[in-house]
Design a protein around this ligand. Structure first.
Ligand code: SAM
Length: 375
């Protein structure tokens, strides 16, 4: 005959399977009021059937235990990711600079790297952007864009899901995305259709023109589409956005100057907003960036050791806001053109957009600069 399990054994068993508050209830129910062990029951195990309220308490406890496991698992994954990233950084810090790599320098060379890596670009940068909080920065940058918006060096259009479409509540009236790499533009187009079909675009995009343009953003770019309200083509864009673009062009200062030429001179609120990466506040970190710069550029088409602050300063644009994150390697700027007063034919003075400081364009009339100097 099978012996009924002792109270101690039952208590231990219950303690192993359930959280503390549930186990004491189960143990008590196996004793009669006289303190003797209960006789074998109908199911032959000697255990009393567990009452319903005890069962639901057990279920609840099991559910709580499961829920507690979720943050622990997430914390473990995050710790693993940070650890892995740390190891990668450590390896690159300790590795000697590879002087045999020249790295792409011309616009053609840089663009060819992007043409080759376009299909895997998103997967490659996803984790590091998440760890560095770049996704949040992209959201803040794109959410602040209004009117006719031009995104230059758009790549695979990673900001697309964050724009707030729709003119009625001060959002995006039209969006033009420009890039020199055909393959990157292709990825961007696919992202547009994917986000649209999944309903993952913010605001109301119906009736908002969204265009992709393939070309060099240091050259003349198309104007915004016809404005529905005025029936006219605006003279320029209200907002020009660029994220992670100054690292990937051969002439970053010229690029910024050219953007200023594409802002709407009639809109005093028109802005260039940048989210860039480059040199750090810390010299030891800049040493790491410098030592691996050519290797990184060959692989990714981007020079990660540029002094973004210096590039902005040399562009002659006025800094409205500037912020830095991630040891100073993430640079966020809001810029506007310097407005110069020029005299009209009839002697009245009027404002004109431009960049400050550099040579002929500063004092020659605009048409002279456009017609003669820019050639
Ligand atoms: C590092 S990727 C960044 C892409 C995207 N803006 C982002 O935030 O993920 C740089 C992009 O700038 C583009 N680019 C670089 N120089 C350019 C130029 N002069 N004209 C147009 N696109 C350019 C490259 O083709 C590439 O797609």
């Amino acid at each position: 005959m099978r012996r009924a399990p002792s109270t101690t054994a039952l208590a231990l068993c219950a303690r192993r399977s359930y959280p503390r508050y549930a186990s004491s209830r189960v143990t008590r129910s196996t004793r009669s009021t006289s303190g003797k062990l209960n006789a074998p029951t109908a199911n032959g195990t000697g255990q009393q059937p567990i009452p319903n309220d005890a069962r639901s308490a057990e279920d609840k406890a099991a559910r709580i235990a499961k829920l507690r496991a979720v943050p622990l698992t997430l914390a473990a994954i995050t710790a693993f990711g940070i650890g892995l990233y740390g190891v990668q950084l450590w390896v690159s810090t300790t590795r000697a600079a590879d002087t045999s790599v020249a790295g792409p320098r011309t616009q053609e060379e840089l663009t060819s790297v992007y043409d080759q890596t376009a299909a895997t670009f998103d997967a490659e940068v996803d984790v590091s952007e998440w760890l560095m909080g770049i996704k949040g920065q992209r959201r803040r940058l794109a959410e602040g864009c209004a009117g006719h918006v031009l995104e230059v060096s758009c790549g695979t259009a990673r900001n697309l899901g964050y724009y707030r479409f729709g003119d009625s509540d001060g959002g995006v009236k039209s969006l033009t995305l420009a890039d020199l790499s055909v393959e990157m533009v292709q990825q961007g187009k696919q992202k547009w259709f994917a986000l649209k079909s999944k309903g993952e675009l913010a605001g109301s995009h119906k009736g908002v023109p969204v265009r992709f343009w393939h070309g060099d953003v240091k050259d003349t770019m198309p104007p915004p589409p016809k404005d529905e309200g005025t029936g006219k083509i605006p003279e320029g864009y209200d907002t020009i956005v660029q994220s992670m673009g100054l690292c990937s062009t051969d002439e970053p200062v010229e690029l910024l100057k050219n953007l200023a030429q594409h802002l709407n001179p009639k809109n005093p609120e028109s802005r260039i907003v940048l989210l860039e990466h480059g040199r750090s506040y810390y010299q030891w970190w800049n040493g790491v960036l410098d030592s691996q710069a050519a290797t990184h550029a060959s692989k990714h088409g981007c020079w990660w050791n540029r002094d973004i602050g210096d590039i902005v300063r040399r562009s002659g644009l006025e800094v409205v806001h500037e912020r830095r994150r991630n040891f100073g390697t993430t640079w966020i700027f809001e810029l506007k053109p310097v407005v110069r007063q020029t005299a009209d034919h009839d002697g009245k003075s009027s404002g004109e957009h431009g960049t400050a400081g550099n040579g002929w364009s500063e004092w020659l009339p605009r048409w002279t600069y456009e017609k003669i100097c820019k050639r």
